[in-house]
Ligand binder design. Structure first.
Ligand code: RFL
Ligand code: PHB
Length: 389
C-alpha cells in the first residue's frame, strides 16, 4: 500500500489531521491499535477553545457541535465560600465551547467515513520505519498478516503511551516532566449541572470542578490521593465530598443521581523536544501532556494539527519545505505556554500535601489578586480561551 501521509492513532489529533488533509486532496491512512467503539467509549476533555471550534468547522465536522454544544462566556473560581467569575467574553471578546471529546471524535469519524478515507482499526504492532531517510514506511499486523504502508510522512498521533515517540533514538529526544502528588476522580451522571457555567473550586479539603456535557448531563471531579481506588468511592461519598468543597449556595442547589462513569486520572506535565524527527512528526499527547485544570490537552492537539497540516499543505501545493521544517519550533512555542498555564492553574486551585503554610498563603494572595485586579483576571482569561496560533 502507498499513501502520502500515514497517521498513527485515531484520537482527536489523528482524525482532525486526516480530515483536513483529505479535504485538501492529500491522501492519508489512519491506523489505530484499538476498535472504533473502544475509542468512542473513552470519556475525556470537555472544553474547546474557539480556535479548535474553527478547525473542526474547516474539517467539515462542526455542524452537530454548533447545534448541541454549549458556548460559555465565563466560569467561576470558587474559594473561601464565594465565587469570583472570570468573564471570558468581557475580558477577551472570546468564548469557549463545551462539547465532549467523545462527540468531537464521533463527528470526525463520521466525516471521515463520508469522505471515504481509509482507517484501519485493531492494527497490531504498528511500527514507523526509516523516518530519518526519504522513504519512510509503517508496518502493522492485521489478522495474523504483516502489511506495509509506504509514505512521504508519518504523523505520530498515538497518544502518551504510543509507539511513535518510543521509536525515536534516545539521544535525539529530550523530555521534561512533572508529576503532581494527587489525581482527579471524575464522574459522569445524567443530572442537570449545578450551575450553567463551570465552577473551579479551591477548598481546604481539596480541589473540585463542576463541568457538564449538556443541560442534562454533568461531569464532576474531586481532587483525590494517588492511592485512592474508584471502588472506595460510592456515588453517595462522591457527592457528599463534592458538596463540601463548594460554596453553600451551589451545594444547596446540587441535584444528585447515579453516575454511569467513574474513573481516576493522575496529573502530569510532560513535553518531548523536538516534535519532528526527519519525516516523523509527533502530534498531541504523543509529544506532551498537561494536567486537565486548564482544559488544554485536546486543544493543544488541535493547534499541533494546525501547524502540521499547514506545513504539509505547503509541501504538496507549493513544493516548499518551510512549513514542515518550522513545525516543531512553532508547535513547541505554543505548547510551553499552555504547559505553563495548566501548571499555574493547577498550582492555584489544588491543595498540595507538601507546600505547607507558605504555599497556602501564596495561593490565597494570588486568588485575592485575581479578584481585585482586572489585569490578572484578563491574563487568566486570555490563556483559558486559547492563545493565538
Ligand atoms: P489520544 O486521544 O490518546 O489518541 C491516541 C490514539 O492512538 C492510539 N494508539 C495507537 N495506535 C496504533 N499503535 C499504537 N501503538 C498506539 N498507541 C496508541 C490510541 O488507541 C488512541 O486512539 O491522543 P490525541 O489524539 O493526541 O488527543 C489528546 C487528547 O485525547 C488529550 O489531550 C485529552 O483527552 C487529555 N485529557 C483531558 N484533557 C482535557 O482538556 N480535559 C480533560 O478532562 C481530560 N481528561 C485526558 C483526560 C486524558 C486522559 N488520558 C490520556 C489517560 C482524561 C484521561 C483519562
Ligand atoms: C471536563 O468537562 O471534563 C473538563 C472541563 C474543564 C477542565 C477539565 C475537564 O478544565
Amino acid at each position: 500500500m502507498r499513501t502520502q501521509v500515514a497517521i498513527i492513532g485515531s484520537g482527536p489529533a489523528g482524525l482532525l489531521l486526516g480530515q483536513l488533509l483529505t479535504k485538501a486532496g492529500i491522501d492519508n491512512i489512519i491506523l489505530d491499535r484499538v476498535s472504533r467503539d473502544y475509542i468512542l467509549g473513552r470519556v475525556r476533555a470537555g472544553v474547546l477553545e474557539w480556535g479548535t471550534v474553527g478547525l473542526l468547522d474547516e474539517a467539515g465536522a462542526g455542524d452537530r457541535m454548533h447545534a448541541e454544544g454549549l458556548p460559555h462566556d465565563g466560569y467561576s473560581l470558587a474559594f473561601d465560600g464565594r465565587d469570583h467569575r472570570i468573564d471570558l467574553f468581557g475580558l477577551t471578546g472570546k468564548r469557549v465551547m463545551v462539547y465532549g471529546q467523545t462527540e468531537v471524535t464521533r463527528d470526525l469519524m463520521d466525516a471521515r467515513d463520508a469522505a471515504g478515507a481509509t482507517t484501519i482499526y485493531e492494527a497490531a504492532n504498528v511500527t514507523p520505519h526509516e523516518f530519518d531517510g526519504a522513504k519512510p514506511y509503517v508496518s502493522y499486523e492485521k489478522d495474523g498478516v504483516t502489511h506495509r504502508i509506504d509514505c512521504d510522512f508519518i504523523a505520530g498521533c498515538d497518544g502518551f503511551h504510543g509507539i511513535s515517540r518510543k521509536s525515536v533514538p534516545e539521544g535525539a529526544i529530550k523530555t521534561f516532566e512533572k508529576i503532581y502528588p494527587f489525581g482527579w476522580l471524575g464522574v459522569l451522571a445524567d443530572i442537570p449541572p449545578v450551575s450553567h457555567e463551570l465552577i473551579y473550586a479551591n477548598h481546604p479539603r481539596g480541589f473540585a470542578l463542576c463541568s457538564m456535557r449538556s443541560e442534562t448531563r454533568s461531569r464532576y471531579y474531586v481532587q483525590c490521593t494517588l492511592d485512592d481506588k474508584v471502588e472506595d468511592w460510592s456515588d453517595e461519598r462522591f457527592f457528599d465530598e463534592l458538596r463540601r468543597r463548594l460554596p453553600q449556595h451551589h451545594a444547596d442547589a446540587m441535584v444528585v443521581g447515579p453516575s454511569f462513569e467513574k474513573s481516576i486520572a493522575p496529573l502530569r506535565s510532560f513535553v518531548a523536544e523536538p516534535m519532528r524527527f526527519g519525516t516523523l512528526f509527533l502530534v498531541g499527547d504523543a509529544a506532551h501532556i498537561v494536567p486537565p485544570t486548564g482544559a488544554k490537552g485536546l486543544n493543544l492537539a488541535a493547534s499541533d494539527v494546525y501547524y502540521l497540516f499547514n506545513g504539509l499543505r505547503e509541501f504538496y501545493a507549493d513544493k516548499s519545505r518551510a512549513g514542515v521544517d518550522a513545525y516543531s519550533a512553532r508547535a513547541l512555542s505554543r505548547v510551553w505556554k499552555s504547559v505553563r498555564f495548566s501548571w499555574s492553574m493547577t498550582t492555584l486551585m489544588h491543595r498540595f500535601p507538601d507546600t505547607g503554610d507558605f504555599g497556602q498563603k501564596i495561593q490565597e494572595a494570588e486568588l485575592d489578586y485575581l479578584t481585585h485586579s482586572e489585569a490578572a483576571s484578563r491574563a487568566m482569561a486570555e490563556n483559558y480561551v486559547g492563545l493565538p496560533y
